[in-house]
Design a protein. Structure first.
Length: 238
């Protein structure tokens, strides 16, 4: 109860700065917990999808559909469904643009609520600085009064330092969380791009290569027939 009363007194003396910083820190921690749980599910799902796509034949549409249905609830669900829908497009470029649209639609899920962390990184030190100004102002007011006591002067300075420290704590926690989540988001984007490239390379580009080889063999056969037939005719006439 004594600690709670001290917190109330400190809040009143800082004009609400300390409770406000505590609220901002609580919001940062809540967002961090939610994002840790989100990326804790997302990144392993991307790795599993990578393994499953590598193990199947991309020409089998049913196998792709099964993977898309299995991971429908994840961040990769929309991209997987776009891959299934884009399989019958004529060119790799058309499929690339179609799947890119699905990836862009997925982006807001990756940085959801992270703007709160970014705002806390900026607001925390500024609000702490405001509390510092309030505390120093109290000290100057005490000094201006008749017969100031040492405790009254140092009390205002102590409140100023506490507000500064709380603001720095909010900023430090926010910067650490923001850096971690930026890395997780980039990794998820790389997994989405890898998923897209795997499907395009193993489907459209393979078909193109096979068709090109067949066309080359066909042209060789046509050239051979063009030369063999006249020579055969001359030999027959001789």
């Amino acid at each position: 109860m004594n600690a709670f009363q001290q917190f109330i007194d400190l809040s009143m003396q800082s004009m609400g700065i300390i409770p406000l910083l505590a609220l901002i820190l609580l919001i940062v921690l809540a967002v961090a917990i939610e994002r840790i749980a989100f990326f804790g599910r997302t990144v392993p799902s991307g790795a599993r999808i990578d393994r499953e796509l590598s193990a199947i034949d991309h020409r089998q549409e049913q196998a792709l559909r099964e993977i898309a249905v299995r991971y429908r609830a994840t961040v990769f669900g929309g991209t997987l469904q776009a891959v299934v829908d884009a399989r019958h497009l004529d060119t790799p470029d058309a499929m690339d643009r179609y799947v890119d649209e699905a990836i862009v639609r997925t982006m807001p899920q990756l940085d959801k609520h992270l703007w709160l962390v970014n705002a806390a990184v900026t607001l925390g030190p500024l609000i702490g600085l405001l509390g510092t100004i309030i505390g120093i102002t109290e000290s100057f007011n005490v000094l201006g009064a008749a017969g100031p006591s040492a405790g009254a002067v140092t009390g205002g300075i102590g409140h100023a330092l506490i507000a500064t420290g709380c603001g720095l704590i909010v900023a430090i926690v926010g910067v650490a969380a923001n850096s971690y989540f930026d890395k997780r988001a980039r990794l998820t984007i790389l997994q989405l791009d890898l998923l897209k490239l795997m499907c395009i390379n193993r489907l459209h580009l393979t078909d193109y290569s096979v068709g090109k080889v067949r066309s080359v063999h066909g042209s060789h056969a046509a050239v051979q027939s063009a030369f063999v037939r006249p020579v055969g005719a001359e030999l027959a006439g001789a």
